[in-house]
Design a protein around this ligand. Structure first.
Ligand code: AMP
Length: 215
């Protein structure tokens, strides 16, 4: 049986959250977003600090969190990591952990998109704190201003979607995360996905890669 151990990779605002929902339901894998884990723990002042600054949570803290989560039963048939790894160290630790279990990464979906587009998407993003729905005031407005189409809750702007934090997050991505593309290129599992098209077209590229490359 195919085992889908996937990584979703790309800059903030590339549409990873939207793709993650589709990938998770179409391929039956559990969606693990480290950003969501950190936001859920935001009452801990240590995490709140990273969310407002756009800086990365220390490697050992996030690696521990992910390794514990990956040992749960729902990850046995596969997982989709979204927002992890974000540094070479995290990738190496993930490799070590998977090696012990005799498991491998089947695909890294690298959603590639220009920085100007990312800034537009992040600055206009509004999210639903209740069901996780995501909108954009310019590109994908909700039917009723400020209200979630799916559950009727009031939409909010993520704390880290303000101009200063966006700038910092993009810098952190360029310096610390982007080099991972090369790290994974060596293992031949990277699918470069054009992220500038509609969500359906992005998913089509992902599905095609899985159907032709994941054995
Ligand atoms: P995201 O929703 O993936 O953009 O993550 C939101 C924030 O959570 C990031 O700006 C970081 O502060 C933190 N975070 C999420 N994933 C990681 C990770 N793999 N390593 C370090 N920090 C992370």
């Amino acid at each position: 049986m195919k085992q889908f151990n996937f990584i979703l990779f790309g800059p903030p605002g590339a549409g990873k959250g939207t793709q993650a929902k589709t990938i998770s339901s179409k391929f039956g894998v559990v969606h693990l977003s480290t950003g969501d884990m950190i936001r859920e723990a935001k009452d801990d002042p240590m995490f709140a600090k990273y969310l407002t600054s756009g800086q990365l949570v220390p490697d050992n803290v996030i690696v521990d969190m992910v390794v514990k989560r990956l040992q749960k039963d729902d990850c046995k048939n596969g997982f989709l990591l979204d927002g992890f790894p974000r540094t070479i160290f995290q990738a190496q630790e993930l490799d070590k952990f998977l090696q012990q279990l005799n498991r491998k990464i089947a695909a890294v979906f690298y959603i590639d998109i220009a920085q100007e587009e990312v800034i537009k998407r992040l600055a206009g993003r509004r999210v639903c704190p209740s069901c996780g729905g995501s909108f954009n005031i310019d590109l994908k407005p909700p039917k009723q201003e400020g209200i979630c189409d799916f559950c009727g809750a009031k939409l909010v702007q993520r704390k880290d979607d303000n101009p200063d934090t966006i700038k910092e997050r993009l810098e952190v991505y360029e310096k610390q995360t982007k080099p991972l593309a090369e790290y994974y290129d060596k293992s031949g599992v990277v699918a470069r996905i054009d992220g500038a098209v509609s969500p359906d077209k992005v998913f089509e590229q992902i599905e095609k890669f899985v159907n032709t490359n994941v054995k």
